[in-house]
Design a protein. Structure first.
Length: 322
């Protein structure tokens, strides 16, 4: 008797991604022994076609982005990747070529970041594709970075550059001219999870999270978790050369970059006395780190300062899921 279609699909496409504990994807669940002396860190994120990625994005980049946005959550906790579970809800009739590309992208980044699939589920849907991934990582006991912990007087830092993801989406939608190097579109499709920096910031950062829904909005989460306010210096935002060209041509892009989302950089608090350790962590991991403000006493709100020092009243802080 032939295999049911679902099991045939799993055998052909997903079994090659499986590793230790996955039981060859032939059982109802995986069996995994965590590394000795480590705590597990778990996170989950979903991506919906037409919401979190464009319908005509290459399937290879869709698979890689799905994995990377979840790896970014581990980076924000200072965790190292271990394995993942994945559920795919794909429109009926989605071609084999798309699925082969999606799996090839997953395989490429599995190899690059050192993890494997444990299992999951595959279903069909009449609506847009919905992809969900639950990731597992590990940290030494008590070493995980948390959102809570920022104190008044702490410096506010961010990794990498801000706004490339939002501009990349605008490029792909034809709302701004394409950048010649393709940097912006690549950053939207393939964000860089700051795993090495997250590990290097253990014991240095007092609070951390990744920037996914917009810098200003996510900074507000750090403020509420720590019970402090924050001042963000808009002029200090680190920008890529491509983003800076857009801002120079249209200055109103700058506040929009601070709220656009899809950055997947690390936003974190550190004692001013730890500034040199922060810079050393950035140098050791080859990651740009920039001080962009500070935390202060007061209500858990974000004050965004413009170039002249005045407070800007932004219409929104970032992306809303509802």
């Amino acid at each position: 008797m032939s295999l049911p279609a679902e099991f045939d699909l799993i055998a052909r496409h997903f079994r090659p991604l499986a590793g230790e504990g996955a039981l060859d994807l032939s059982d109802d669940a995986a069996v995994l022994a965590p590394p000795a002396g480590r705590e597990l860190v778990l996170a989950a994120d979903a991506m919906v076609e037409g919401v979190h990625y464009l319908p005509d994005d290459p399937p290879e980049t869709v698979g890689r982005k799905l994995l990377r946005v979840n790896l970014s959550d581990l980076a924000a906790m200072g965790a190292e990747p271990l394995a993942y579970l994945m559920t795919t809800a794909l429109p009926r009739g989605r071609g084999e070529a798309w699925l082969r590309g999606f799996v090839a992208g997953l395989a490429e980044d599995q190899s690059a970041f050192g993890l494997h699939v444990l299992g999951g589920d595959t279903v069909s849907t009449p609506g847009p594709a919905c992809l969900s991934l639950t990731i597992l990582g590990t940290v030494p006991p008590g070493a995980a970075l948390r959102r809570s912990g920022a104190r008044a007087g702490d410096d506010l830092w961010v990794s990498g550059t801000i706004g490339d993801g939002a501009l990349g989406l605008a490029v792909l939608q034809g709302r701004v001219a394409a950048d010649a190097e393709g940097h912006l579109a690549r950053q939207y499709r393939l964000p860089e999870p700051r795993l090495a920096l997250g590990v290097a910031l253990r014991g240095v950062a007092r609070a951390a999270m990744d920037v996914s829904d917009g810098l200003v909005q996510d900074l507000g989460h750090l403020c509420r978790a720590g019970g402090v306010g924050a001042e963000l210096n808009l002029g200090a935002l680190p920008l890529s050369a491509a983003a800076r060209r857009e801002v120079e041509a249209a200055p109103d892009w700058l506040p929009r970059l601070a709220t656009g989302g899809d950055d997947y950089e690390l936003l974190f608090a550190a004692d001013p006395g730890a500034a040199e350790r922060v810079r050393m962590a950035g140098e050791a991991t080859g990651t740009l780190v920039t001080r962009i403000g500070h935390f202060r006493d007061g209500p858990p709100e974000v004050a965004v300062r413009g170039a002249g020092g005045g407070t800007l009243d932004l219409r929104r802080g970032g992306w809303s899921h509802f």
